[in-house]
Design a protein around this ligand. Sequence first.
Ligand code: AMP
Length: 360
Amino acid sequence: MMDSSTPLQPGAAIGILGGGQLGRMLALAGARLGFDVHVFDPEPNCPAARVCDRAWSAPWSDLGAVEGFAGKCAAVTFEFENVPLAALKAAAGAAPVRPGARSLELTQDRVTEKDFINGLGIPTAPWAAVDSLEGLKTALEAVGAPAILKTRRFGYDGKGQARLKTADDAARAWDEIGGQPAILEGFAPFTRELSVVAARGLDGRVVAFPLAENIHKGGILRESRAPAEASASLCDRATAIADKIGAGLGHVGVFAVELFDMGADGLWVNEIAPRVHNSGHWTMDACPSDQFEQHMRAVAGWPLGDPAPHSRCTMTNLIGHDVDAWGDLIADPDVRLHLYGKREVRDGRKMGHVNRLTRL
Ligand code: AMP
């Protein structure tokens, strides 16, 4: 294996574990910087497979296949946090993996994640780990109601979550999440949701994009507006949170921190995504170096680019049949259309997004 601090040369192969839309946009950014991009995904016809140099397909459990893929790459990264840890570790035996297993392991489980965040002195909603219905009742006494019960693992876009208005909802909520190991979180009475997307280089330098304000519907991100209206001190606080989390993870690459704006109570962290993030898609058209390029630069050990936006941007996700409006959207000169090449439209599926720009 190459000395892990040596910057990759153009033409080197970078491997991406996971070939969804995030993998696709990473592959496109990597290609523009002159890398050969390999993608590994159990689904051969995944969105990234059609834009990369080489697509590899095998189940995640085929660790030999993962190792074979990594062996052809000068560095390996991942596009989503549900890549099995065993697969990442198998890849790490054959190539430098950036970010490393620690970033994945700590953020795959909501309990270890919250523990890590609070351990850095960063506030979150009050929480307690839950392993049984009895445990949920005890947790409710500690955390209070209203509250949200979330599965510890494999939750995304609001899936694996149940809301509790009062302690009487305990049995229903436990049932709703399928009686799995969980975390109970007190309901945060936030004024709005924000996120900070940042990149940490191989040299430990963190470069953050400005805050985005995020609007969710039905647990799915609908819209991000950036840069968010925010005081200098709020921006500084968000950057300090990103710095601490990036360093604490020893992260290399892009990561996102979802935040609750608690008004006078400051910022609470909701969760960390150890990867490029939907709330950073606005950077593709509004910043000199977007989140995908930043990530590939970091993975390659290259200097990070300029994150300062030249425009204000509203990013809107095209979810399910929203994408049918593509003809009108592409005809609008103020709109930048991004489609993910997904062959089948399904309700709730992210099919693409649009960025609407106004000059700063
Ligand atoms: P998550 O999957 O944890 O990001 O949750 C999805 C969405 O549910 C968040 O973006 C919030 O809108 C909401 N949510 C999650 N946790 C809490 C909480 N503790 N208090 C209030 N709202 C929450």
